[in-house]
Design a protein around this ligand. Structure first.
Ligand SMILES: Cc1cc2nc3c(=O)[nH]c(=O)nc-3n(C[C@H](O)[C@H](O)[C@H](O)COP(=O)(O)O)c2cc1C
Length: 257
């Protein structure tokens, strides 16, 4: 039976993670309370419902450090969670294990986990159009399996959700670059509002980006209404070349329950 409400925690700089997570939440409950981990203005509150969906994107085979930090502030004691990572068709490596370890530190029980594919936010021709109809069908099926597990809780070892990944994790994801603003920038400040880490400001009538704060999450690029915010073209080209081999293949979603 569908639940009444779930708490939905997410970080989704370009919308793919939110799309997958919202669709899963909709297959579990009639409504969801949204907690945007990138919202600088509000304190992230702990869940009030029995089940939370926690969805984060994969950055360099890890979860974004910024989102991990905010997730640690939530108290999930006595609550259950479904954890998912969303990645751009290359690999999710240690991200799901890292997310689950943080959820456990925050005292959540984990009843199911998954890794889902969405369009690559740095290279939109990779996994273009995903999640697609097949993905949404799989997300719905996953939701039905979770509801069954909630109705008939297993005992013993079957209760434990194991996910792939290594510890120690891959090295922290850092790239010594930031998006740039081109001459068509109108100083509308939408990039400043969108940046979850407060890395963007206006200095002497130009957009300035603090490299130490920038997570390269692409939220500013997505938010720019005039297409003036871009990755530096040499970087964009290098990423396109590195990822070109993932263009012709379709990674499938994976679920653990
Ligand atoms: C900085 C950065 C690093 C990324 N690293 C990976 C990666 O290691 N593996 C992968 O398959 N996709 C990677 N991606 C793609 C994202 O995980 C994917 O596009 C995800 O859907 C982005 O979530 P969003 O649409 O909610 O912003 C990366 C994207 C960015 C911006």
């Amino acid at each position: 039976m569908m639940l009444k409400t779930v708490d939905f925690y997410y970080f989704s700089p370009t919308g793919g993670t939110k799309n997958v997570g919202e669709s899963l939440a909709a297959s579990l409950a009639e409504s969801a309370i949204l907690h945007d981990l990138s919202d600088k203005k509000t304190v992230i509150s702990s869940p009030t419902n029995d089940l939370s969906v926690i969805a984060l994107p994969v950055f360099g085979g890890r979860i974004p450090a910024f989102a991990a930090k905010r997730l640690r502030l939530i108290n999930g004691e006595g609550k259950k969670s479904v954890t998912i990572v969303v990645y751009g068709n290359r690999a999710y490596e240690d991200a799901l294990l890292e997310l689950n370890n943080i959820a456990k530190e925050s005292k959540f029980g984990i009843i199911a986990s998954g890794a889902f594919v969405a369009q690559h936010s740095m290279c939109p021709e990779i996994a273009a159009g995903r999640p697609d109809n097949k993905d949404f069908k799989e997300i719905k099926n996953f939701g039905e399996e979770i509801l069954k597990k909630l109705a008939y809780p297993p005992e013993g070892k079957a209760k434990i959700v194991e996910v792939p990944g290594n510890y120690p994790y891959k090295a922290d994801f850092t790239v010594p670059a930031t998006p740039i603003s081109t001459d068509s920038c109108t100083l509308c400040r939408k990039c400043i509002a969108a940046c979850p880490t407060g890395a963007i400001s206006i200095l002497e009538n130009n957009i300035a980006t603090d490299i130490a704060k920038c997570a390269l999450c692409m939220a500013c690029v997505k938010a720019c209404p005039s297409g003036a915010r871009i990755l530096p073209p040499p970087m964009s080209e290098k990423i396109r070349q590195m990822l070109s081999k993932f263009k012709g293949i379709r990674r499938e979603n994976e679920t653990y329950i």
